[in-house]
Design a protein around this ligand. Structure first.
Ligand SMILES: Cc1ncc(COP(=O)(O)O)c(C=O)c1O
Length: 388
């Protein structure tokens, strides 16, 4: 039964921001380049149930997830028959039949999975849709150079059971200039694998390698498809990537990406605290004057890190209110002494916009020494998401 009680916070997804981001991203790639929306980690905390149908309305027809359970979730929420789902990581051998049955594409980076995919396809009577992942120097998953020939030959022999959808790799840290040589070495190696594949396969499948940072930084690595995660949500993979784009496009009056997420709550209560008093647990915040505080029913259990204690900010009535005292499990306190209008029930923005002011996850992330990725994906699945 649906609960009649509201959660202490909610997330609103800004449709126009996503439209803006997709248009910007498309302007950076050649005509015909295919885009896969990376929606692992519950669509980077945005919520797959709301995000997938919203993205589909803007023509996104390919989604990348990490694991079989995420693919299962994505299948529930896709609204178009033609939308494809691709697993880039974890799928157990005994889940392969399910993937084949449901037309879910998956990475293959070990002979064991490849052989099991052939068997699963035989049992189901449908072809397994596979992407061969090449090890080029990330040193995580992918076929090693000495395996390439044998694997390509095997795939080529089993076209009765396998549909080779793609050949791919993943660059290690394209968001940092420090990795420039490593990325180029990886790309060089990838090209060697592609050369060999070109000699074995009569027709090449989709070639893909770039995530947001590589896509934005290295156009020569776009190939046929790019896997875009963080940038579609309106966040830069790093400040370096942002600077790289700004330098090329001096005409940008403002950030070309717009944040899709707005995470909001409300003031639960306000009160005055006298001079020389500690606020909340322990003694981390001592008042040096009489101050007015507002409690917000959001804490680290909801994704607002304890490391934002005494350093984080929220927006109330379009103004920044600083966190005073320790962020609790379910609650935090902010100072509203100079905001006399602030009252119980007023909207509080933890991430997003309010009256022209914005708290970005980048600032939230820097304040908390976390990456955007981590702050976003830690937002609990239980927070209700809606599209605005
Ligand atoms: C294999 C792979 N491709 C693409 C992405 C998307 O990366 P980003 O969010 O930086 O665009 C990821 C995310 O880490 C990934 O693991």
């Amino acid at each position: 039964m649906k609960s009649k009680f509201l959660r202490p916070s909610y997330i609103e997804l800004d449709k126009s921001a996503l439209k803006n981001n997709l248009e910007f991203l498309k302007s950076r790639g050649r005509k015909g380049l295919k885009y896969s929306a990376v929606i692992k980690g519950n669509a980077y905390g945005h919520g797959i149930s709301a995000y997938i149908p919203m993205a589909e309305t803007f023509g996104v027809d390919h989604f990348s997830v990490f694991s079989a359970d995420e693919a299962h979730g994505a299948l529930q929420f896709k609204t178009r028959e033609s939308t494809d789902i691709m697993i880039m990581g974890m799928i157990r051998n005994d889940e392969l039949e399910w993937a084949v049955e449901n037309g879910v594409e998956f990475y293959v980076f070990e002979k064991d999975r490849l052989e099991e995919a052939v068997s699963a396809a035989g049992r189901i009577g449908k072809k397994a849709k596979i992407h061969l992942q090449i090890e080029t120097g990330m040193n995580r998953t992918g076929f090693e150079e000495e395996e390439w020939g044998e694997v390509f030959e095997l795939v080529n022999r089993r076209t009765d059971r396998l549909e080779l959808k793609g050949i791919c790799t993943h660059y290690a840290g394209a968001e940092s200039v420090a990795n420039y040589y490593r990325i180029h070495n990886q790309d060089q190696k990838f090209r060697e694998a592609l050369n060999l594949a070109g000699r074995i396969f009569p027709k090449m499948p989709l070639i893909h390698a770039s995530s947001s940072a590589a896509f934005l930084t290295y156009p020569e690595m776009h190939y046929d498809m790019v896997r875009i995660g963080i940038a579609q949500y309106g966040f830069w993979p790093s400040r370096e990537t942002y600077m790289h784009i700004l330098k090329q496009n001096r005409s940008f009056a403002e950030d070309p990406l717009a944040r899709v997420m707005n995470w909001k709550s409300e003031i639960m209560s306000t009160k005055w605290v006298g001079e020389g008093e500690f606020i909340g647990y322990g003694n981390v915040f001592l008042t040096s004057r009489k101050i007015r505080i507002a409690t917000v029913p959001i804490g680290y259990t909801h994704g607002f890190g304890r490391n934002l204690t005494n350093t984080g900010y929220v927006l109330i009535n379009g103004e920044r209110a600083r966190v005073v005292g320790i962020v609790n499990m379910n609650m935090l306190t902010v100072e509203v002494t100079d905001m006399p209008a602030a009252k119980k029930g007023d909207e509080v923005v933890m991430i997003g916009k309010q009256n022209g002011q914005e708290i970005t996850v980048a600032s939230f992330g820097e304040m908390s020494n976390n990456l955007n990725y981590e702050v976003l994906t830690r937002l609990p699945a239980g927070i209700p998401r809606s599209v605005q």
